[in-house]
Design a protein around this ligand. Sequence first.
Ligand SMILES: NC(=O)c1ccc[n+]([C@@H]2O[C@H](COP(=O)([O-])OP(=O)(O)OC[C@H]3O[C@@H](n4cnc5c(N)ncnc54)[C@H](OP(=O)(O)O)[C@@H]3O)[C@@H](O)[C@H]2O)c1
Length: 299
Amino acid sequence: MILLTGATGTIGREVLRLLPPGLPVRVMARSPERVACGRPEVRVVRGDFGDHESLLRAARGTRTAFLVTSRIGDDDLRFLNAAREAGVRRVVKLSAAGVLDPLADDAITRWQRRNEELWVHSGLEWTLLRPRAFMSNALAWAPGVRERGVVRALYGSSGHACVDPRDVAAVAVLALTEQGHAGRGHTLTGPAAVSAAQQTAHLGEVLGRRLRFEEMDADEARAALRGRYPREVADALVEKAERLRAGGKEEVGTAVPALLGRPAGSFRSWARDHAGAFGPAPAAEGETRPRCGTGPAGS
Ligand SMILES: NC(=O)c1ccc[n+]([C@@H]2O[C@H](COP(=O)([O-])OP(=O)(O)OC[C@H]3O[C@@H](n4cnc5c(N)ncnc54)[C@H](OP(=O)(O)O)[C@@H]3O)[C@@H](O)[C@H]2O)c1
């Protein structure tokens, strides 16, 4: 039986979707009603990293776990303690590519490095997934795109080998269901380094709209991020962007095509599949769009 955490989040949701039908799966979630799954072999139980008893209940009877932790702190240690007590044998841990960058020293990267150390010395079988930034981070641009046709970001000309979250999830499924991944770290990138300005152009092509890229400065970005995240996280994200500016996130890895046997998904194809989040799709040739307030209902 596989235990899945983070199933309401970006990667865990995709892992749940991609796990082969028929495989017994237990999902641990803080809000079970928010887990999107109608398969009978998937059981959803309530659990929270802050509640040891709930972790134990979730982990008992499972052998392999997919672990997503998302706040700086001790959730990995809490999960490890429960996993050991419950007899879990193998953990596939979602980490981050930045841990391998010797010049990355922001609070998020330091936290993920501590987590990796914990798993490497846990005595359990471990696999570390180290993705670059998820292409889905571009969803944060959706309000600006919809309302003003503008994308605003830091260091818009710096290349970033961001990865399609669906590829991260596909590799996670392999590591959870196949042998041969124990004791390995997989660095997961997209097929090319793309800058935020290029992402803006791709989005514009897909949406059939002219979009404008506007460069933010670090103070402005920090202030905006502090409105959305705790101060420590916001400051870490601005520090991470400094590594982007210095070219530290450009390198394209080979793990995704090597493991999946196909090219990694491009930002353009991610954008095509998520165009609906950025506004109405462009009208197909020959199709006319009704204007607001016209037609029978409005006459
Ligand atoms: N975003 C990126 O570009 C990027 C890049 C590389 C690595 N990463 C790493 O990816 C991880 C985040 O993955 P993600 O983006 O898929 O996650 P996410 O979308 O942020 O979702 C977090 C998940 O964790 C669950 N969760 C949060 N607190 C919990 C708790 N106390 N007990 C149980 N479950 C809890 C959430 O459940 P609720 O629905 O209940 O909140 C949700 O399912 C982080 O470790 C991050 O460092 C991210």
